[in-house]
Design a binder for this molecule. Structure first.
Ligand code: NAD
Length: 500
């Protein structure tokens, strides 16, 4: 029955016997393409114990050695970019160009990690007291794990493990069970680049594998990216077990369009950010907030662009949008095209009528546009995570900010305007972690951290950038005195705090 995907433990494919398994599908055809082993506590124990042993050696490697491995890893990813993109498209369904873009964004973080010698530098203060110096070190945590979502099977793992291993940790990755194959290509490339066996382990599975990792006493920290309910669960369970945790959740990203904006550019951006990757991006725009009298013209321009979008499988080189991840998800998303009109919205474009370029049983749903959506409607409240764009109309920037800030999600928010003062106010007042000004998908480059606010992130730090290094290391501060000619006098016995 097609391909068989299993764990990567100790630098090679696991050869044990699996208990439970899951099915793999091609979303473009609906066909079953293989199966994936699901780890239980036995496999998770094996992966964590192996990682602990390998990590103890790896943490003693020099920064120069680690950089060498990461430079090699980067080179192999560049050489294998086509293979990685093809694997993403085969299991996720996104177009090849989109998959290639995902690899490119992941590569940025690998490139950041190549400079680990610079990122791990501590601080030094000479002479904090007479003859006393204070300095800080950043040391690895031990075994850390990453649990990742289906929508970026290469990029999100690359947000995590390159920096984690560069910092001297060992890493256990639990990728999405819906598109697990690309994670093995990453592990293979890391091994080929010289990452010692065990420093990067991959265990596949569902909630059972995740909970085994969250409860494992050998795991020091957990990075999670996925939906809000699971992010909350992961944050609570990992914290209860005394682990450091960063859990990035779902999103409902708003794009506010002011009357003075370039409406052509705003409509282009709304369509690109709303329907790229079939809306299955955490930074997708799902709500357009039309301010003042801009609604009619904006809706018309967006609808006009949607008609010509080509929906099809990744094997169609001209396709711009692929299928959704599962048939259940496609049906759930399509459900909003009934519920929103029943609650008073206007269905301007019905994606159910948009035929894909190949007929069949793939999980396709064309792009849809809802106008006159209100904050009480399910289409507004829920994270749809599909190709449905909702337009909410408000009177002014004040009202737009109130709407965005009242939303429980706070991943990203964008403003389209030509007014610098309005942009400045928006960036200051909006309660979202990533803000776009005339940019609809404000995904920061790897030298800045990525993460949301409110229910889009549980934990203290964002991922990658300097936050990634902080998350994967702990601070140690040394205060040292070396007696000698310039080391100050002996203070003798002194029971109080030393004065200045
Ligand atoms: P998901 O929450 O269903 O799954 C994420 C991971 O958690 C997977 O590895 C899955 O196996 C595991 N998991 C699922 N249910 C679990 C449970 N009950 N207990 C323990 N583990 C469980 O998310 P998904 O559908 O794979 O991905 C889409 C979601 O991810 C969307 O909500 C999207 O907004 C979010 N996302 C957020 C970001 C971000 O940066 N904030 C980035 C990408 C995706």
């Amino acid at each position: 029955m097609g391909q068989h995907v299993t764990h990567w433990i100790g630098g090679k494919t696991w050869d044990g016997k699996a208990g439970r398994t899951g099915r793999l599908h091609d979303p473009a055809t609906g066909e079953v393409t293989g199966e994936v082993d699901f780890a239980g506590t036995t496999e998770v124990d094996l992966a964590v114990e192996g990682a602990a042993a390998a990590g103890a050696q790896w943490s003693a490697s020099s920064l120069a050695q680690r950089s060498q491995v990461l430079f090699g890893f980067r080179q192999l990813l560049v050489e294998r970019r086509g293979e990685l993109a093809a694997s993403i498209s085969a299991e996720h369904g996104k177009t090849l160009a989109d998959a290639d873009g995902e690899v490119a964004r992941g590569l940025e973080v690998v490139e950041l990690a190549c400079g680990i010698s610079h990122l791990l530098k501590g601080d030094f203060s000479e002479g904090v007291s007479r003859g006393v110096d204070t300095y800080s070190l950043r040391q690895p945590l031990g075994v850390v794990c990453g649990i990742t979502p289906f929508n970026f099977p290469v990029m999100v793992p690359l947000w995590m493990f390159p920096l984690a291993v560069a910092c001297g940790n060992a890493f256990v990755l639990k990728p999405s069970e819906k598109d697990p194959s690309a994670s093995l290509l990453l592990a293979e490339a890391a091994a080929d680049a010289g990452l010692p066996p065990g420093v990067l382990q991959v265990v596949h599975g569902d909630a059972g594998a995740v909970d085994a990792l969250l409860d494992h006493p050998g795991v020091a920290a957990v990075s999670f990216v996925g939906s809000t309910p699971v992010a909350r669960h992961v944050a609570q369970r990992a914290a209860a077990a005394g682990k450091r945790v960063q859990a990035l959740g779902g999103a409902k990203n708003h794009m506010v369009v002011l009357p003075d904006a370039d409406l052509e550019a705003a409509a282009d951006a709304a369509v690109s950010a709303g329907f790229g990757s079939a809306g299955e991006r955490c930074m997708a725009i799902s709500v357009v907030v039309a301010v003042g009298g801009v609604g009619d013209a904006l809706v018309a321009k967006i609808a006009e662009r949607m008609g010509s979008l080509r929906v099809g499988p990744a094997s169609d080189p001209d396709a711009e949008m692929g299928p959704l991840i599962t048939s259940e998800h496609r049906d759930r998303v399509a459900g909003y095209l009934d519920s929103a009109p029943a609650e008073g919205a206007r269905l301007v474009v019905d994606g159910r009528r948009h035929e894909p370029t190949v007929p069949g049983r793939g999980y396709f749903l064309g792009p849809s546009l809802l106008d006159g959506v209100g904050p009480q409607m399910a289409a507004y409240r829920d994270e749809i995570f599909g190709p449905v764009l909702s337009v909410v109309r408000v009177d002014d920037l004040e009202e737009a900010l109130e709407l965005v800030n009242a939303n429980p999600y706070g991943n990203g928010a964008a403003l389209f305007t030509n007014d610098g003062a309005a942009a400045r106010r928006f960036q200051h007042e909006v309660t979202a972690g990533m803000v776009g000004i005339n940019v609809a998908i404000p995904v920061p480059v790897a030298t800045f951290p990525f993460g949301g606010w409110k229910q889009s992130l549980f934990g203290d730090t964002h991922v990658y950038g300097t936050d990634g290094v902080r998350f994967y290391t702990r601070n140690k501060v040394v205060t040292a005195r070396w007696p000698g000619p310039r080391g100050g006098e002996r203070s003798g016995v002194q029971l109080g705090f030393p004065g200045r």
